[in-house]
Write a protein that binds this ligand. Structure first.
Ligand SMILES: Nc1ncnc2c1ncn2[C@@H]1O[C@H](COP(=O)(O)OP(=O)(O)O)[C@@H](O)[C@H]1O
Ligand SMILES: [Mg+2]
Length: 250
């Protein structure tokens, strides 16, 4: 099974950015192949990486629920498995899968079972998996019980954000997910950790994995819709994530 890295945190704090930079770092270090999973229903990982995704799992599941969309000659399971395989966007060093909106009215049970067993077969092909989540990862636990080796909870640089990260940590503990280790990541930092912020961090049951500076180059890349994987090696955010990963995985 791959080493699973999941990124959680309040919306807008930088989950997708951190997930992108972590993917870039793994590819850079040739810790490949990597499976990148966009598990946020409001999926933007493909945009941050500037990758065209043929279809999302949500699209496929929705379509497959409607039996009329399945060719009569093909057995349902095989058809769905084939569709899922086409949803895997292949890139150098990593594949990207976008979950999209996989929850809806009615029971998706049989289709979800097919997806689950497909994923069980797919996962061992990868060295690492990086999951860009919605805030609290509820989506993942509903889908399947999954082990996470490393959970990064991203916060912005203020006490409200840090407390919110603490609450997400508590929520995740209540889910049926086994998490190896969990860390806080301060994103868009403008210098050293402010003493007031440090006080808030100290109240949490979470260690700080690292701080990622507010990076103007990264903002420009987003604006110009360039892939964050192409950020220059001396980009501040990229350097910070490289250092953080070195320490976490040492
Ligand atoms: N370290 C950073 N430096 C500069 N801008 C950042 C940084 N991290 C995130 N951003 C900006 O913040 C916005 C939200 O980030 P994003 O990663 O999409 O958050 P989330 O996935 O948590 O909703 C993006 O527009 C991104 O450009
Ligand atoms: Mg996001």
């Amino acid at each position: 099974m791959p080493y699973n890295i999941a990124v959680a945190g309040k919306g807008g704090t930088g989950k997708t950015t951190v997930a992108s930079l972590v993917i870039g770092e793994l590819v850079e270090k040739e810790l490949t192949p990597v499976l990148a999973v966009d598990a946020d229903p409001n999926a933007t990982l493909s945009e941050a990486l500037n990758i065209d995704v043929p279809s999302t799992l949500g699209d496929i599941l929705a379509e497959s629920r409607d039996r009329e969309n399945i060719p009569a000659s093909m057995d349902k399971r095989r058809h769905i498995e084939f569709q899922i395989s086409t949803a895997l966007a292949e890139n150098s060093g990593f594949d990207l899968m976008v979950m999209g909106r996989t929850e809806g009215p009615g029971c998706y049970c049989s289709v979800n079972d097919i997806l689950r067993s497909y994923m069980d077969e797919l996962m061992p092909n990868y060295e690492y998996a990086v999951l860009d989540n919605e805030a609290g990862m509820e989506h993942i636990s509903r889908r399947t019980t999954r082990d996470i080796d490393l959970l990064l909870i991203v916060s912005d640089e203020n006490p409200i954000g840090v407390r919110s990260a603490g609450r997400i940590h508590e929520l995740v503990k209540d889910l049926e997910i086994n998490v190896g280790s969990t860390y806080l990541v301060l994103n868009r930092a403008r210098g050293d950790v402010h003493p007031r912020l440090q006080e808030e961090i100290d109240k949490l049951d979470l260690d700080l994995a690292g701080t990622i500076p507010d990076d103007k180059v990264l903002v420009d890349y987003n604006l110009e819709q360039r892939s964050l994987l192409d950020l220059p090696q001396d980009s501040q955010a990229r350097k910070a994530v490289a250092e953080m990963m070195d320490e976490l995985m040492a």
